[in-house]
Design a protein around this ligand. Structure first.
Ligand code: NBP
Length: 500
């Protein structure tokens, strides 16, 4: 007998909404859909008449809400920010106690905390769920990071676990091969309860910050191969394919290989060579970096990745500067294969540092916001569906299984050993980049992070002395217990005398 009400609803039929709705329907759930512009709803329903669960188009929010089984569950997938608030404001008067509103957009986690509080006062439940994987992920299995009331999550869980990406229980490798109407069966779902209120959206933001780092590091490996070895796009494509068969195996390395092998249909040149070198951004990398600064957590590699996009954006200024500012003329004359291997190692070590920074941020944020985050589970749900999915995440899962309270990924025996083994190559690459004038901001910043983190003594002793000199900011002494502060009366700074 056909159901009289839908299992769940979805508002916002742009790229993400359409694909997630079809994914949900493919798993046998009946879904009601609503979009501000009704023509999009009509077109979507007309184009998808035969989904296993059934798609129900609705023309007003009232009709949408009435079509849902109680307690109602509805996903909002509209532009993050004001649009989300507008949709919530429209929904609230139509809902009943216990109904569950799920925001799947890229919301700022503090907005999610605010919305959850405001809805709870009205007896409504709110889940902020990170959704990662873009269009393809939404259609065939995203990584889902839900935060909010635990009881509300329990009600959403069967749907979220069904539609999430799946990985093999033993190897952690993503299970692929889903097609419309035929989703992947079995495997471990890439979703888990993250924590209260904004925890899910916070973790999604960190995911995106890490993604910024990963993308920029890959670009630096490309720039080094191009700048130091003069390799052509297709040659580099083959190298990235090789790397994808090893420890760097990941979605981003895989698509990089494909991009580098792609020809431009009109000019027949390598596609990547005709793409203008200015990168856009939507803000989640900036949010991650701002949050790092706010909490005082070092995440320089992620921030460098954001700045790299900023400097790319000032194209005309760079073109003008390139005619004035000269770099070194030194060329690399060593072994090609040895340098390719060194770049591989530099990329892997930098990646480890970038992830270490992302996990440090989550470690501090959980104290700040009263969450209890499970880092092993978070790395587990990033193994499939999302943009940063990688074999490497299995290593992180294993690291947190060995020690759930690990202070920093670099301290895990596997990562410690890996960096120890590869660091000579990492340092070689950065020296060469500096000598030959190839910018490698995330590679270099990651190495500086590593060298700072492993330093029992940093030059901050001199810095603190400077602060005490000009601002009487006091200092602690190496020969006294921590927490005791001292100040000395400094002489007036000697300034050059101006002859009268
Ligand atoms: P967009 O972010 O482009 O948003 C378009 C949708 O928002 C349309 O359905 C539009 O309705 C609706 N909308 C707007 Br704009 N203002 C509205 C308002 N005031 N009231 C009601 N609806 C409004 O869509 P998207 O790229 O599919 O992304 C959806 C969410 O998922 C975003 O939060 C995004 O950050 C997040 N996300 C996107 C990706 C991705 O790869 N694209 C990945 C992960 C997460 P209309 O048709 O009437 O204009």
């Amino acid at each position: 007998m056909p159901k009289s009400h839908s299992d769940i609803g979805l508002i916002g039929l742009a790229v993400m909404g359409q694909n997630l709705a079809l994914n949900i329907a493919d798993h046998g759930f009946r879904i009601s859909v609503y979009n501000r512009t009704t023509e999009k709803t009509d077109k979507f329903v007309a184009e998808n008449p035969r989904t296993p669960g059934g798609v129900v188009g609705t023309k007003t929010l009232e009709e949408f809400v009435q079509s849902l089984a109680k307690p109602r569950k509805m996903i909002i997938l509209v532009q993050a920010g004001k649009a989300t608030d507008a949709v919530i404001d429209g929904l609230v008067p139509l809902l009943e106690q216990g109904d569950i509103v799920i925001d799947g957009g890229n919301a700022l986690w503090t907005d999610t905390i605010r919305r959850e509080k405001a809805l709870a006062v009205k007896g409504l439940r709110f889940i902020g769920s990170g959704v990662s994987g873009g269009e393809e992920g939404a259609r065939f299995g995203p990584s889902l990071m839900p935060g909010g009331e635990f009881a509300a999550w329990q009600e959403l869980k069967p749907i979220w676990e069904a539609v999430a990406a799946k990985v093999d229980a033993k190897t952690g490798k993503p299970l692929t091969g889903a097609t419309p109407g035929k989703p992947v069966v079995g495997g471990v779902p890439c979703t888990t309860y993250i924590g209260a209120n904004g925890a899910g959206h916070y973790v999604k933001m960190i995911h995106n910050g890490i993604e910024y780092g990963d993308m920029q590091m890959i670009c630096e490996a490309y720039a080094l191969m191009q700048g130091l070895l003069g390799l052509k796009a297709a040659e580099m494509g083959a190298i990235f394919s090789e790397w994808n068969a090893g420890i760097l195996d990941s979605f981003l390395i895989e698509i990089t290989a494909d991009i580098l092998k792609q020809k431009d249909p009109s000019s027949k040149k390598a596609f990547v060579d005709i793409v203008l070198d200015t990168a856009g951004q939507k803000g989640t990398g900036k949010w991650t970096s701002t949050n790092a600064l706010d909490m005082g957590v070092p995440a320089p590699t992620i921030a460098e990745a954001v700045f790299a996009r900023c400097i790319s954006a000032i194209k005309e200024e760079r073109v003008a500067a390139s005619k004035i500012l000269k770099g070194p003329s030194k060329k690399y004359r060593g072994s090609k294969q040895a340098l390719i291997t060194a770049i591989h190692d530099a990329l892997y070590c930098s990646k480890i540092c970038s992830y270490a920074q992302g996990f440090q941020l989550m470690r501090t944020a959980q104290k700040e916001y009263g969450w209890t985050l499970n880092f092993g589970e978070i790395s587990q749900i990033w193994r499939g569906g999302c943009i940063i999915r990688a074999a490497f995440l299995q290593k992180i899962t294993e690291a947190y299984a060995r020690n759930p309270t690990l202070a920093n990924l670099l301290l895990d025996p596997y990562f410690n050993k890996t960096v120890k083994k590869a660091q000579e190559n990492w340092r070689k690459v950065i020296s060469l980049a500096a000598e030959c004038g190839v910018a490698a901001p995330t590679f270099s910043s990651a190495l500086a992070y590593y060298d700072s983190y492993r330093s029992a003594r940093l030059p901050a002793n001199l810095l603190q002395a400077q602060r005490d000199f000009f601002g009487a900011h006091t200092y602690e002494r190496t020969d006294q217990p921590r927490g005791k502060f001292f100040h000395i009366d400094w002489p007036e700074p000697t300034r050059p005398q101006i002859a009268s």
